[in-house]
Design a protein around this ligand. Structure first.
Ligand code: ADP
Ligand code: MG
Length: 446
């Protein structure tokens, strides 16, 4: 590798050494030495293992790239990669073959964005190990815990990681109740072709909320077959649940006993410090505005039980601030924004906003993306369509002026909104699938 990039890394590293305690520094950076590639402004640095990689990406990356700026005027950044990631790079064309499986995961649910603390450390480490050596370390990996504590996130992180390493891996994420739906559709229409196409020859199966399997006795038999086939072929299975396997009700014992054969991890509620860390992290991801510590603590103290609610509260604060055109976020404004959630609901001007927010939330949930993906400027089709639907529904349901919809959707121009609404209006006339989606969303909104 050219000396200048190696040199840049060494200087940056030297500088970092002076920023942290010696043992802290050594623990992470001692073996991070070699620059192995340079491409489009990114300097790739080799890391010895996934722990170090994740640690750097979740704690140090911003600092590192900040330091780098001291030594160069060019727009460069570091990226930390494992050996295995650099040697095999799948050609772009192959990616498409696997779309069914790739589209199935939310790419934001990855290890880097998962904040680790006491409550989830073991689950996290186990998940990384499993992702690193699928089918070998623990099969199945069984993750259980309360609502909104990160089970789905962790499970999809495993899938995303496996796909990152091997773009051709067949990784399927499925909610247990969708498995039931798929299976009953297949049996009712007397054709298993579609079903088999989806479930055969998987490399990794992620089954979310297994407790839902209770309602499908026949599906349990089918799942049992699938489960055995995968385990026999040493393919990874990850299962999430709201309780330990031996407490699952209405699921046949030969299945639940199989679930306990692998490794079980539980995720507990995060403590205050952890919640603040999560929020700080999300706030940086979601907004350029600074969310002060007193606001982070206020939210964390009021939403102790569930990370989804915690995030929702932060979203609401950010949202409120942008709709009201505030320049900065203060504790008072945050309390104001959260008033309806923290106290008993009282009629206020915010109620309209919470209705609009609800529309976005339903759409986001329907498409397995976040509200911020809808509001963002990302141009990927998987964000663009939900965004257009949001425009359309806000217009249809509340008859808002285009300008107002533009403000709600992150400050977009009214002409953009008009064309989005028209587009959906037109497509609804011929696109049955779209019509079904919009109808379902409307039902949930109402
Ligand atoms: P569950 O499946 O347990 O109900 P999810 O995985 O859907 O919970 O998590 C709810 C939300 O909280 C998601 O947006 C997820 O990204 C976020 N989340 C959960 N745990 C963490 C964590 N440790 N770090 C960052 N975000 C988290
Ligand atoms: Mg979940």
């Amino acid at each position: 590798m050219e000396d200048i990039y190696q040199n840049l890394w060494e200087k940056t590293k030297e500088n970092l050494a002076s920023c942290y305690r010696e043992d802290t520094f050594k623990e992470t950076f001692e073996d991070v030495k070699e620059v192995i590639k340079f491409q489009n402004g990114t300097i790739f640095v080799l890391v010895p293992n996934i722990y170090i990689k994740t640690k750097i990406n979740s704690i140090y990356i911003e600092k590192i790239n900040d330091v780098l700026k001291k030594y160069t005027d060019e727009k460069l950044k570091f990226k930390f990669v494992l050996d295995s990631e650099v040697t095999k790079e799948a050609p772009q064309a192959m990616k498409n073959d696997n779309r069914l499986y790739l589209n199935n995961l939310n790419e934001n649910f990855n290890f880097e964005s998962f904040v680790v603390g006491e409550s989830n450390m073991f689950g996290y480490r186990m998940s990384i190990n499993v992702a690193d050596q699928p089918g070998i370390i623990a099969n199945p990996l069984y993750i259980f815990g309360g609502v909104g504590l990160g089970k789905t996130h962790l499970m999809q992180a495993i899938g995303n990681y496996i796909l990152d390493k091997d773009i051709n891996a067949k990784v399927l994420y499925v909610q247990a109740n969708d498995f039931i739906v798929d299976y009953s559709k297949a049996t009712q229409s007397g054709t298993m072709v579609e079903f088999n196409k989806k479930y055969d020859n998987l490399d990794c199966l992620l089954v979310d909320d297994i407790q839902m399997l209770e309602i499908g006795k026949k599906s349990q038999q089918e799942f049992f077959k699938l489960f055995n086939d995968l385990v026999n072929r040493k393919k990874q299975i990850v299962i999430t649940s709201d309780c330990p396997a031996n407490q699952l009700k209405g699921i046949m014992e030969r299945l639940t006993s199989r679930f306990s054969q692998g490794m079980t991890v539980d995720i507990k509620k995060p403590n205050l410090e952890q919640r603040v860390n999560i929020l700080r992290r999300k706030a940086q991801e979601l907004s350029t505005k600074v969310v002060p510590d007193d606001v982070l603590y206020f939210i964390s103290e009021n939403f102790p039980d569930n990370i989804r609610e915690l995030e929702g509260a932060l979203n609401r604060v950010l949202w409120h601030s942008s709709v009201c055109n505030y320049d900065d976020i203060t504790l008072e404004r945050a309390m104001d924004a959260l008033d309806a959630l923290t106290k008993f609901k009282k009629p206020s001007q915010n109620d309209d906003n919470s209705n609009y927010e609800n529309v976005l939330s339903v759409i986001a949930h329907f498409y397995n993306i976040s509200i911020n993906d809808i509001i963002s400027t990302q141009r990927k089709q998987k964000y663009v369509l939900p965004r257009h639907i949001a425009m359309y529904i806000l217009k249809e349901k509340f008859d808002l002026p285009y300008k107002k919809i533009g403000t709600i959707l992150g400050g977009r121009d009214h002409t953009t909104i008009m064309s989005g609404c028209t587009k959906i209006d037109n497509e609804l006339k011929s696109d049955k699938e779209l019509k079904m989606a919009v109808d379902t969303i409307l039902k949930k909104v109402n």
